[in-house]
Design a protein around this ligand. Sequence first.
Ligand SMILES: [Zn+2]
Ligand SMILES: [Zn+2]
Length: 147
Amino acid sequence: MAARLALVNESDHAVIGLLRSRGLRPTRARRLILARLRRSNDHLSADEVRRELRRRGHVVSIATLYQNLKALTEAGLLASFADSAGLVRFDANTEPHDHLVCTRCGRIEDVAPARAPRPARHLHSWVVTEARLELRGRCPRCRRQEG
Ligand SMILES: [Zn+2]
Ligand SMILES: [Zn+2]
């Protein structure tokens, strides 16, 4: 029961609508970035987003990229998190979910939140506002390669 995004082949029109619904002007860079991250929710880093866009012939400057990733995240259209190496990754799935992380190839897959009890809202005098669970192991492809 993975919390997947069924948004393959989303039209530019739909992306423009999403941006407008959050009060963001649908600039070229925003449309490209959001469409790429929603097409395949593979949790890319900023660098990876830039490389992927360039491969398809879209050049976006680093400054523009970072500005827009920030704007999209602040508008709630993207989530961001630091992976175990400390690299910031962007997530088009903004619903609560957990991550399956492959320790061999680094692939990150969304799964529905684990049914295990969540931490209490108040813990050791802290107020807990968010809980993320990272499940680490081997993805199917790596398991096949390992034999
Ligand atoms: Zn793997
Ligand atoms: Zn995710």
